[in-house]
Ligand binder design. Structure first.
Ligand code: AMP
Length: 466
């Protein structure tokens, strides 16, 4: 199977202006703001004088842009870009986005960026290949979207709207996509709106699309609203903006990924006009209500565990102290393929202020417990520093299933809560005095039940795996 080993977590960004602007700086700012969504590779496509020019490479956003000396060559009317984070098996340079399509003279005429994961890309790719359509990437489901749009463009009088509508009848899964052509840009989102995508304005005629609102903020734009599940927005050179739906038949029940709020998105972003930080802080308050404990200090695992620990501190009156110090220059430890290296990385990444720990009863909160690597290691460090009691809290319910809709979670066999359904067992493995997970009911209470995908906590996904 092409796609079994490989799920992307990505950030996408696009700007469309009727006039030539400094698209080079704008895309650099936008992608840098979305760096947390993907740290392995990045790239962009610029529309300049009717030509689409693309540039992409592995590495972090600022390193990538620093290597480009002729920045003025990338000034244009419009630009789209992508930050990428894949797991083992999908790291080939051929899979870096944007993907672009050429006309019969070799001129780039279309380019796309995609965040999400399709569940039926393998079959579609096989069918397209059997009809003689060539693919450049090794595994990418995003390229499948591009090749379908290209195919349907030629069958629909070059109407981008119709081509997107036809494409989304074929594809299944999570997709937030931005498409650039030589006279327009489109953004669309799957009928469940699983991965985020929003739009904003830089001025009255310049449109911005971004995975998160922090991307819009980074270029000084203002957020208008989220692209709706199942919606297509097209902007063009006539300064017009057009809103339409993918297809009338498609079921458009909102199922936004709850993990975006818990871990993935930046705390300063809004999803559906709701601030991510606010949700995280509330989860800490709920954790205290759910299971109060007496302690001397609350600490949060930086970065995404900190807002919940502030919430816990507010609700309990136990002081919050930022005594786990994070090395800011380190990436996310999760991505390392070997367990031994992941454990070493935790030490390198997080170090406690020892004097603040000795003899103390500690509540420590992380946004989630996945494999248990971070939590086990942190407890070991805290015990070594002389903590009297350790009460571990997860600001999300136990993760019992992998995500096949765009978040990199490991397979079931590596998930500590899948392997040890009995909480007492996990308490023993982590070596803590008590362990609590935010209950599903409390998570639903904070988020509102009907609008979210809770697949990794419940095993019920909005789209079935093929
Ligand atoms: P683990 O150490 O395997 O239990 O993973 C839990 C830690 O990884 C927590 O500190 C989370 O902030 C972080 N985390 C959770 N989900 C992900 C993910 N999909 N990608 C990267 N890091 C994650």
């Amino acid at each position: 199977m092409y796609f079994d080993k490989f799920h992307d977590e990505c950030g996408i960004f696009g700007i469309y202006s009727p006039y030539k602007v400094d698209t080079f700086s704008l895309i650099q700012f936008g992608l840098f703001a979305l760096q947390h969504r993907g740290q392995e590779a990045c790239g962009f496509s610029v529309l300049r004088d009717g030509f689409i020019i693309s540039h992409k490479s592995d590495g972090l956003v600022l390193d990538f842009f620093r290597k480009i000396s002729n920045s003025e060559c990338y000034y244009g009317n419009a630009v789209i870009g992508h930050t990428r984070y894949s797991t083992e098996g999908g790291q080939s340079k051929k899979n870096i986005q944007p993907f672009f399509g050429e006309d019969s003279y070799g001129k780039s005429i279309i380019s796309i960026v995609h965040n999400g994961n399709l569940v039926n890309a393998t079959n579609i790719r096989k069918k397209l290949e059997s009809k003689g359509i060539n693919f450049i990437s090794e595994y990418s489901d995003s390229e499948v979207i591009l090749r379908l749009i290209q195919k349907y463009l030629s069958e629909s009088d070059n109407s981008l709207e119709k081509a997107i509508q036809k494409t989304t009848i074929d594809i299944k899964g999570a997709y937030s996509v931005i498409v650039l052509m030589n006279n327009k840009m489109a953004a669309f989102r799957d009928p469940n709106g699983i991965r985020p995508l929003c739009y904003g304005m830089l001025n009255e005629s310049t449109y911005i699309f971004s995975s998160e609102t922090c991307g819009i903020d980074s270029v000084g734009g203002f957020y208008v609203r989220d692209v709706l599940p199942g919606e297509i927005i097209i902007v063009d050179q006539k300064k017009s903006i057009q809103f339409s739906l993918l297809t009338e038949k498609k079921n458009t029940k909102k199922r936004i990924c709850s993990f975006e709020y818990i871990y993935f998105s930046r705390p300063d972003s809004l999803i559906e006009n709701v601030n991510v930080y606010e949700i995280r802080e509330k989860s800490g308050e709920k954790l205290y209500e759910q299971h109060p404990v007496e302690a001397d200090v609350v600490i949060g695992v930086p970065d995404s565990g900190v807002p919940a620990s502030i919430g816990y501190s507010k609700a309990s009156g136990i002081p919050f102290k930022p005594i786990l110090v994070k090395n800011k220059y380190i990436g996310r430890s999760f991505i390392l393929p070997k367990q031994e290296m992941r454990e070493k990385m935790v030490n390198l990444k997080l170090n406690p202020i020892l004097d603040e720990i000795k003899g103390k009863r500690i509540v420590i909160i992380d946004d989630s417990i996945v494999r248990g690597t971070t939590s086990r290691r942190l407890v070991y460090i805290l015990r070594k520093a002389g903590a009297k009691e350790i009460h571990f809290r997860s600001a999300s319910p136990p993760i019992i299933g992998p995500c096949y809709l765009g978040v990199n979670t490991p397979s079931k066999k590596d998930l500590i809560s899948y392997n040890h359904i009995d909480k007492k067992n996990i308490e023993k493995i982590l070596n803590v005095d008590s362990l609590e997970f935010l209950s599903m009911n409390n998570l639903i209470d904070i988020l509102g039940s009907i609008h979210y995908c809770f697949g990794c906590f419940t095993g019920n996904y909005p789209v079935q795996k093929n």
